[in-house]
Design a protein around this ligand. Structure first.
Ligand SMILES: [Zn+2]
Length: 497
């Protein structure tokens, strides 16, 4: 009775509630109605869930790309605690939701279209069953172009970038090879096989046991179809739209040639596809009679950028397009929750909501915060962080390229009250935006703080975050750094210092 984490029971039921986490890769808040976005995709199924539960229009991802962000969602800790910031293979550094629930008798299942979740980075830790098209495949091995890129220096050689800078159409041969592979890869991983596996499983499993299932759906991940909005898209623009992210970032002027509005229109269609999949998952839950006794969370691991502040897709920078994500939570039927939580909310809170619900209490109160002792984050400070890895973390080849560009700098964004601050860890600059209602900071220039204010602001808002990171690195090898010598060697071989 005194153990607060002993599983509680759901009314009229002898077992604790299920937990279902649906993560839409690359879904950004500003295109979702539930996030009060300005230009929204049609997402009737997610909107219907928001009607039944809580919408969090100020939800923030813990990191700007897949691997660190999932580790934060799964452990309830920011990257300054778990340290997973690159494609580093190893075990999860601390307890995951799946492990915690497994120890409490939950049957757990990971259903993922994104192969990084089963790529030996520790994200699959604690799951009993895994369903994915490819297991244990690193990003380097994902496509033939990536295999070539990971073994050949030529693809990132300075002479090639120089050529593309002077003659942008020279990107055409690469796009001819790479783009069809990316499209074929997305078609292979992103289908209905996960939905079918889930439907079969939920219809035949032992219903006396609660379950924990996690989906990652990559519909909203690039590449996208080009959807003309009444304009004609010329053949060259069509080619530039197929250019890999690392070239759009690395070659000055190339991204200005991409037809972004048409790409964005294609992105909205992809979000709508993801919404239909969410609907099918909900239908399967309802058909199995599990919907009313499930804590259902729909969110994203990070957003997606279409040129905002020079950012391309994700894994670079901390624009709102990348940091802010949709978040809708539907608790088991017995609990009533607020319709809307307006505070800044980190996805690091998910684990604490799970702990509270599984222990027989509502996931959170009116403020969206889990009751003590389940609360994992520190809401009294009111600070919500997102770490922006430099583009060279996920695309290692960018490491020595454009070292002065902010997209290639590690950044920490913090949201609080009506303000967003971004600390650039390379330059030491702190930028400030107003976050007054209805203002999109991606459309506005930031205020750069003067040196004296910068120092005080850094201490006040980032000091504890940085100190935790430093303490972790002091006591353990940084999981973000291994392989460094190999990278340095490769960079030197390309003529970078
Ligand atoms: Zn992702």
């Amino acid at each position: 009775v005194s153990d607060p984490s002993a599983p509680g029971t759901v009314a009229g039921d002898r077992r604790p509630p299920n937990v279902l986490l649906v993560i839409l890769d690359c879904a950004r808040a500003k295109n979702f109605r539930a996030s009060e976005g300005a230009r929204t995709a049609s997402t009737p199924r997610i909107d219907a869930l928001a009607q039944r539960g809580t919408r969090f229009p100020r939800a923030v991802a813990p990191a700007n790309w897949t691997v660190p962000s999932h580790m934060s969602i799964f452990t309830g800790a920011y990257p300054n605690v778990h340290g997973l910031r690159t494609f580093h293979r190893g075990e999860a550094p601390s307890e995951t939701i799946a492990g915690w629930l497994s120890r409490r008798g939950y049957e757990s299942m990971l259903l993922t279209e994104m192969i990084h979740l089963v790529g030996d980075y520790g994200l699959e830790a604690g799951f009993d069953r895994k369903v994915a098209r490819r297991m244990g495949v690193s990003d380097d091995e994902r496509t033939a172009t990536n295999r070539l890129a990971s073994r050949s220096d030529a693809l990132y050689a300075p002479w090639l970038r120089d050529l593309l800078e002077r003659l942008p159409p020279a990107i055409v041969p690469l796009n001819l090879v790479n783009h069809p592979q990316e499209v074929a890869y997305k078609r292979e991983v992103c289908g209905t096989h996960l939905l079918e596996a889930f439907e079969t499983w939920i219809g035949t499993r032992d219903r006396a046991r609660p379950f924990f299932a996690t989906f990652n759906l990559v519909d909203a991940h690039e590449p996208y179809p080009l959807v003309p909005n009444g304009h004609r898209v010329g053949p060259l623009a069509r080619w530039y739209a197929r250019t890999p992210r690392y070239y759009l970032l690395a070659v000055p002027g190339l991204k200005e040639l991409v037809p972004w509005p048409e790409l964005l229109a294609g992105y909205l269609q992809c979000i709508e596809e993801a919404d239909r999949k969410v609907g099918r998952i909900v239908d399967a839950l309802a058909a199995a009679g599990e919907l009313d006794r499930t804590l259902l969370i729909v969110t994203a691991d990070h957003g997606q950028s279409f040129g905002e502040a020079g950012n391309i897709f994700h894994g670079c920078g901390t624009t709102d397009s990348i940091t802010r994500v949709p978040l809708v939570v539907v608790p088991p039927a017995e609990w009533s929750v607020p319709a809307r939580v307006g505070r800044w909310t980190s996805l690091c809170d998910v684990f604490s909501w799970v702990k509270s619900t599984v222990s027989g209490r509502p996931p959170y109160g009116e403020d969206g915060v889990a009751p003590r002792p389940f609360m994992l984050s520190a809401p009294p400070t009111g600070l919500v962080f997102c770490e922006g890895a430099p583009a060279s973390d996920p695309n290692r080849a960018l490491r020595g390229i454009q070292t002065g560009a902010s997209w290639n700098h590690r950044q920490i964004a913090v949201y609080h009250d009506e303000e967003k601050l971004v600390l650039n860890l390379v330059t030491g600059d702190v930028m400030r935006w107003s976050m007054a209602r209805g203002v999109d900071p991606d459309d506005r220039r930031a205020e750069r703080l003067d040196p004296a204010t910068t120092e005080a602001t850094r201490r006040e808002f980032f000091g504890a975050y940085e100190a935790t990171d430093l303490a972790r690195r002091g006591s353990a090898p940084d999981t973000g750094i291994p392989g460094e010598n190999e990278l340095d060697r490769r960079l030197r071989s390309w003529g970078y210092e």
